[in-house]
Design a binder for this molecule. Structure first.
Ligand SMILES: Nc1ncnc2c1ncn2[C@@H]1O[C@H](COP(=O)(O)OP(=O)(O)OP(=O)(O)O)[C@@H](O)[C@H]1O
Length: 578
């Protein structure tokens, strides 16, 4: 937990909170002492002026206690909120830099729980640490000393009371701590099922699995609630038992103190002060119990967050990054690339090679799971090759900074992602400096201008996930966004399969006619032969192996696998025409 807080809170705020708390405890300890003076030397002797002077002092000390408490709460709250803010910032930053591989190790739902619920646990415990954790031990020592000062004989009551409390708190901790720790993983499960239900709501309805999903959610919800109920039932026992112990202690003090007063062995003011100190001692134990229960849960949260920070980024920045030369023409090379997913037995790509120049189009075709997306993911360095090299504009992608590399690449992923906001904001994502004319130009090439013009133009509102557009429209907008960016390599990962044949053809034609794109390299992953047929080079993948490289004509003549794909699509076409 200390590791998590380190460098994320102001040391001065922590020191300030501690000092204020010490001030608060000292004033709290001094007040009962003044009360006993007031009773012994003022009330008992009828000395009104003494009562006024001690009363005034008490008022002043109380005022000081309030100021110290206020200062402490203010700084503790600031510190815990700043800690939470910085943790959320750092987790988000880490997540943005994660490779897909690392992302899968934690999972989206768990990452959300860690950024929200786990951070809140740490925030809470930081607050508790800067208040109760400081207050309890100082009060315990101070109040014990002061009580002993007031009457040494009466302190023997604690020989009976304290072991009772310690045993009781021990029992509570034994049962509550594991349950408290389990709360976080149960929250994770709850979020996971809830999130899956939300994202898959259409599939659930289509398969009429509402009841099944409801039961699944009820299961995890019940599990979470039962755990929480148990924890809070155990904790609920703490307050009545502590109240009972406090009342018992008060009765014992009054009983034994009464005898001492009757025997004139102790002034009455001392007994009143002693009672207050006894309560402070017992309250300190209660605070310590709370601290000991809270800390393990927060520690579990801290470990979960630290695990995210400790995930090793396998995609490392080069020590001495090279720079792309601005006047170099675009170039893309796959030099005998071999790639394997982390922990996978066999490589996902074997000996892939291709060399593309400015203005050329490279297409990648193959069955599902043949490695097409994997290959293009190597260009922006989402993963690193095991053997061989990927070069952009003549430089190995591992020798330039990730930022510079990704700046050269415009990618349209297989699943189009749009952000909530205006269409203009979405398009400017590719290039914040682009003018409206440039945005419209990109929309024209992407064959999206017509339906956007019919809507609210660049101000068209995009709902979360682009849900107010059809699959094909979403794809075209994602293509337009990529085109707004001036890049050396434009990658379209199966982006044309959601388009009808005519739009697909028009789009690819418009792409080649654009003077910026014409200077770049286009990489198209496609399922349809018609999409890839015009490409300068086509890579044919089968089970991760490159089984063909050439133009459509060459492959049709010499490549078995490609011919099979062509034939199957001709049959499919004629079957659908029948
Ligand atoms: N993150 C991953 N971790 C481990 N294996 C993966 C991962 N992503 C893909 N694979 C595996 O790598 C192989 C190639 O997957 P890839 O997504 O590149 O295929 P694809 O040709 O693009 O398929 P599709 O046309 O269906 O999108 C598959 O066997 C897949 O199971």
């Amino acid at each position: 937990m200390i590791k998590i807080a380190k460098n994320r809170v102001s040391v001065w705020a922590v020191i300030g909170a501690v000092l204020f708390m010490i001030g608060q405890v000292v004033t709290n300890l001094y007040l009962p002492n003044l009360t006993s003076d007031l009773v012994n030397d003022g009330v008992a002797k009828g000395d009104v002026s003494y009562i006024w002077s001690v009363g005034g002092k008490m008022l002043l000390v109380s005022l000081l206690a309030v100021i110290f408490a206020f200062g402490n709460v203010l700084l503790a709250a600031r510190t815990s909120q700043t800690l939470g803010k910085n943790l959320r910032r750092d987790i988000y930053q880490k997540v943005l830099n994660m490779s897909d591989d690392e992302f899968d190790q934690v999972g989206t739902s768990s990452l959300i729980t860690r950024t929200t619920n786990d951070v809140i646990q740490i925030q809470n415990v930081a607050m508790v640490a800067l208040r109760m954790m400081i207050m309890a031990p100082i009060t315990l020592i101070g109040a014990s000393f002061m009580a002993y000062q007031k009457d040494a004989q009466l302190t023997s009551i604690f020989i009976v009371v304290i072991p009772i409390i310690v045993v009781f708190i021990g029992i509570i901790m034994y049962f509550a701590v594991p349950l408290f720790k389990a709360m976080q993983t149960k929250t994770d499960k709850l979020n996971l099922v809830f999130r899956e239900g939300l994202t898959g709501v259409r599939v659930i309805r289509a398969f009429v699995r509402d009841n099944f999903e409801q039961n699944r959610f009820d299961g995890v919800n019940r599990d979470y609630t039962n755990n929480a109920r148990k924890v809070f039932s155990i904790m609920a026992a703490m307050f009545p038992v502590m109240t009972l112990v406090m009342s018992g202690t008060n009765i014992a003090i009054t009983w034994f103190g009464g005898h001492l007063i009757a025997n004139q062995a102790m002034p009455i003011g001392n007994m009143i002060a002693f009672m207050t100190y006894a309560m402070q001692i017992l309250m300190s134990f209660m605070m310590l119990a709370m601290v000991f229960v809270f800390i393990p849960r927060a520690q579990a949260s801290a470990d979960r967050i630290q695990k995210v920070f400790d995930l090793k980024t396998r995609i490392l920045e080069p020590k001495d990054p090279k720079k792309f030369s601005t006047d170099e023409p675009a170039q893309l090379d796959f030099d005998d690339v071999v790639f394997r997913y982390h922990g996978a037995e066999k490589p996902a790509l074997i000996d892939v090679h291709a060399h593309m120049k400015a203005g050329q189009t490279l297409a990648i075709i193959g069955g599902t799971g043949s490695g097409k997306s994997t290959l293009i993911n190597l260009i922006p360095r989402f993963y690193d090759v095991e053997q061989g090299a990927v070069r952009v504009n003549g430089l190995n992608v591992e020798s330039v900074s990730k930022h510079d590399l990704q700046d050269q690449i415009a990618l349209v992923p297989q699943k189009a992602v749009l952000f909530k906001g205006s269409l203009r904001d979405n398009l400017l994502y590719g290039n914040a400096q682009a003018t409206d004319d440039e945005l419209w130009h990109a929309l024209e090439i992407a064959q999206a201008a017509d339906f956007i013009r019919e809507s609210d133009g660049l101000d068209t509102f995009v709902e979360q996930g682009g849900d107010n557009f059809s699959g094909g429209q979403k794809q075209r907008l994602a293509i337009a966004r990529a085109l707004v960016k001036k890049a050396s390599v434009y990658i379209f990962d199966d982006s044309f399969s959601a388009l009808d044949f005519k739009t697909d053809a028009l789009l690819r034609q418009a792409l080649r006619q654009d003077k910026t794109v014409n200077q770049a390299i286009i990489v198209i992953v496609g399922q349809r032969v018609s999409t890839v047929a015009d490409a300068d080079q086509i890579i044919v993948l089968e089970d991760g192996k490159m089984v063909g490289l050439g133009t459509h004509q060459e492959l049709k003549e010499n490549n078995e696998v490609y011919r099979e794909i062509v034939d199957s699509q001709i049959k499919e076409g004629s079957a659908s025409n029948e």
